[in-house]
Design a protein around this ligand. Structure first.
Ligand SMILES: O=C1O[C@H](COP(=O)(O)O)[C@@H](O)[C@H](O)[C@H]1O
Length: 250
């Protein structure tokens, strides 16, 4: 695994660089591009910068993208906390080219049924593979070190069999969610973490520079053979002392 930490002056510069990364990976996928999206602050960043970074004819290639969600809050799609609802409202219809195949969580199921149902959708979409291997996963990180809906000290960090798991006691509301598990995150070809703002500086120091016995969830994402990228703004990177790639101009 190779890791690269890139720092941008602010989200205004980070967003276009992230969009460019998505466009490059889509163009280089050589077929159907599979993309996993996280929620939270990422939605607005991608909605602002991704559509204009993609070629007019589409994201690259004729095959529609496969878009999945790295985690989902179990609320109705029209609820403001719904990740898929936010992407449907802000980004997905604005992507140029063939309409992507979007794997959304089936509404109205219990958390465990929703996780099993989403796992079945993923297995069908990645038919023939023992593990879904995404071309690109875009992950966020919370100030507590969580990523997707994998929270510090939660038993789900030990999940090795399921590709999608349910959580009913999320410390961050809403409590009921489903999430991709670490085996799927660590099988991806490229994982990019995006974190902005000074509220994440302290946890990023622990994740990127610490060697804790019980690593935070985000620190456990280390793709086996893939590339690990971190896109930070200066405020989020303020406490780091490791070598950083600084980007002042795009
Ligand atoms: O609850 C969640 O939080 C993380 C981090 O969100 P952010 O707003 O701090 O960027 C997000 O990546 C995850 O998808 C979401 O469900």
């Amino acid at each position: 695994m190779s890791r690269r930490v890139s720092v941008f002056p602010s989200p205004q510069e980070l967003g276009p660089a992230l969009a460019q990364l998505v466009a490059q990976r889509a163009a280089g996928s050589g077929g159907r591009f599979s993309l996993g999206l996280s929620g939270g602050s990422l939605v607005a960043l991608l909605a602002r910068d991704l559509p204009s970074a993609l070629p007019g004819g589409g994201g690259g290639g004729d095959e529609p993208w496969l878009v999945a969600f790295c985690d989902e809050r179990l609320v109705p799609p029209e609820h403001p906390e719904s990740t898929s609802g936010a992407y449907e409202a802000q980004l997905l219809p604005r992507l140029p080219g063939p309409k992507p195949r979007v794997l959304s969580v089936t509404p109205g199921l219990s958390p465990h049924d929703a996780a099993a149902d989403y796992a079945a959708k993923l297995r069908e979409a990645f038919r023939g593979a023992s593990m879904p291997v995404f071309d690109l996963l875009i992950l966020g990180v919370g100030p507590d070190g969580h990523t997707c809906s994998l929270f510090p000290d939660h038993p789900l960090l030990k999940e090795e069999e399921k590709i999608v798991a349910a959580i009913t006691d999320s410390p961050k509301p809403p409590p009921e969610r489903i999430t991709l598990t670490l085996p799927v995150l660590n099988a991806a070809r490229t994982v990019v973490f995006v974190a902005t703002g000074g509220g994440k500086a302290a946890v990023l120091k622990r994740i990127l520079e610490g060697s804790e016995q019980n690593p935070l969830p985000a620190a456990r994402v280390q793709p086996h053979t893939g590339q690990l990228l971190w896109f930070l703004d200066e405020a989020a990177a303020a406490e780091l002392s490791i070598p950083l790639e600084k980007h002042s101009v795009l």
